[in-house]
Design a protein around this ligand. Structure first.
Ligand code: HEC
Length: 180
C-alpha cells in the first residue's frame, strides 16, 4: 500500500515536472533537418567493366578503406592514391573511409563488430562456392537496400560517399584471397 502511494506520488511529481519542462523548452520544427538527412531512394547498379581486380595497389586502398574510419583518425598513412583529406566547398576535411570493420570481421580486423556477417575467408566460402558473385558484392557495398530494404549496412555509392572506382577497390579487397 505504501509502495503504491510512493509510486503514485512519484508519478504525479514526474508528470508535473514534465509539464513544467515542456513549458520552458523550445520545440523547434526539425522537419527541414530531417528532410536534409533523408537518404536518396535505393538504387540498382551495373558493376563497371574491369571492376574486380587483383591489382595490389587497388586492393591496398580497398583494405585501408575497410579498416579505417577517416583520414584524420587513421593511425597509418594511406596507400598510394588514397588521400587523407579532401576539399569540400573550399574547406579541407578528413576523407571519410568505410569503417566496415565496425560491423564486420575479416582477416586482420582490430576489434571488429558483429552487426554484419563475418567476411573472413569470403573468397573461399562465398565466391569460390558460387554462393555470391562479384556483382552481388558490388551492389551490396554500393547500396545494400536493393536486396535488403531494412539493412543496417551503410549506403556507400548512392550517398556519394565513395566513387564507383572506390567501391570496386573495396569489393576487390573483400573478394581477394587473404593471408590469415
Ligand atoms: C553499420 C553496420 C555495417 C557497416 C558499417 C557495414 N556493413 Fe556490411 N553488412 C551489414 C549487415 C547488417 C549486413 C547483412 C545484411 C545485408 O546483407 O544487408 C551486411 C552485409 C554485407 C555484405 C554481404 C555479405 C554476404 O555475402 O551476405 C558485404 C560483402 C558487406 N556487408 C561488406 C561491407 C563493406 C565492404 C563495408 C564498408 C564499406 C560494410 N559492409 C559496412 C552491416 C554493416
Amino acid at each position: 500500500m505504501r509502495g503504491w502511494l510512493v509510486l503514485t506520488l512519484g508519478a504525479t511529481l514526474l508528470c508535473s515536472f514534465a509539464k513544467d519542462y515542456k513549458d520552458v523548452v523550445e520545440h523547434p520544427d526539425a522537419s527541414a533537418i530531417l528532410e536534409q538527412d533523408k537518404l536518396p531512394p535505393p538504387k540498382r547498379y551495373t558493376m563497371p567493366k574491369g571492376c574486380i581486380t587483383d591489382d595490389p595497389d587497388a586492393i591496398a586502398r580497398g583494405r585501408y578503406i575497410f579498416h579505417n574510419l577517416n583520414g584524420k583518425k587513421a593511425k597509418t598513412p594511406p596507400p598510394k592514391g588514397l588521400p587523407r583529406f579532401i576539399v569540400v566547398n573550399g574547406k579541407k576535411v578528413p576523407k571519410q573511409y568505410g569503417n566496415c570493420v565496425a560491423c564486420h570481421n575479416i582477416e586482420g580486423a582490430q576489434g571488429p563488430g558483429n552487426v554484419g556477417p563475418d567476411l573472413h575467408r569470403y573468397k573461399e566460402l562465398f565466391i569460390d562456392t558460387g554462393a555470391r558473385d562479384y556483382a552481388f558484392v558490388y551492389q551490396k557495398i554500393a547500396d545494400a537496400r536493393v536486396d535488403n530494404p531494412t539493412t543496417h549496412m551503410t549506403i556507400n555509392l548512392t550517398t556519394g560517399l565513395f566513387t564507383p572506382k572506390e567501391i570496386c577497390e573495396i569489393a576487390s579487397y573483400v573478394v581477394s584471397k587473404k593471408e590469415e
